[in-house]
Design a protein. Structure first.
Length: 245
């Protein structure tokens, strides 16, 4: 009986964590370049695990929280320094001394012409150097599908490079819509994903889908609580009956 009570409790806790994940996805439904998280569950069913890890209790827990890198919708903004990636890949930026990745191409220039993210981080080119647009103020900025930047008519020599990652599952979220690549995993310039100027990639969160998942998760959470309550009542009745001496 005690094992069933703890099993129900573990199921409720895992669904509570799933609700927090859904809430975070919904909070970023309008965040450019945001990639939703997806949760998978597992139960400790194998005999060896139940004996060695769970003391015979069938726990229900979250197996993995992974990032869904599916393409978000491309939204036209009309702004020259807004760029989106059509296909796979990431922009590379530097935050302090750390190199990070993002799908959010909402860029700006500072007084020195350095291309920056909305948070003020440098955008990097294929050589991992900051992209700089010299004397760009007041000029027409054109960015082609390869990321090359032209100011009025002469090419500026600057380029916004798209990078591919050998194993995207090794990317973890680092805040501000940025992604951190685990040590030992490589990235390299890619030329298969066009850069679309005057557009941003929207979040890949589907609000209707998330709401359906939220309702389903809430119902399962309530079901686990009811089971736990039932076990508590059975335990009380058992205590009232006492034991046979």
């Amino acid at each position: 009986m005690v094992s069933g009570k703890y099993s129900a409790l573990s199921g409720a806790v895992s669904r509570e964590q799933a609700m927090a994940n859904i809430a975070n996805n919904l909070a970023n439904v309008n965040s450019s370049g945001f990639k939703k998280n997806r949760i998978s569950f597992e139960a400790m069913l194998r005999g060896s695990q139940q004996v060695s890890k769970t003391g015979g209790i069938n726990y229900n827990r979250i197996r993995k929280i992974g990032i869904d890198f599916s393409q978000g919708p491309l939204m036209e903004t009309g702004r020259p320094l807004d760029v989106a990636i059509s296909g796979k890949g990431f922009f590379k930026v530097r935050r302090d001394n750390e190199i990070l990745y993002t799908r959010n191409g909402n860029f700006f220039t500072d007084p020195d012409g350095m291309l920056k993210t909305a948070q003020g981080f440098n955008v990097l080119n294929e050589s991992d150097n900051p992209v700089q647009l010299i004397d760009a103020t007041g000029k027409h900025i054109s960015i082609d599908e390869s990321g090359y930047i032209t100011l009025d008519t002469p090419p500026s020599g600057a380029r916004i490079q798209v990078f591919s990652v050998t194993d995207p599952e090794q990317l973890t979220k680092a805040g501000d819509g940025l992604l951190r690549l685990e040590p030992g995993v490589a990235s390299k310039p890619t030329y298969d994903s066009p850069v679309i100027q005057k557009s941003l990639e929207g979040s890949n969160v589907n609000m209707v889908e998330e709401m359906v998942m939220m309702i389903d998760t809430q119902r399962k959470f309530e079901a686990f609580l009811k089971v736990q309550k039932s076990y508590s009542k059975l335990g009380e009745k058992q205590s009232e009956l006492g034991t046979v001496g």
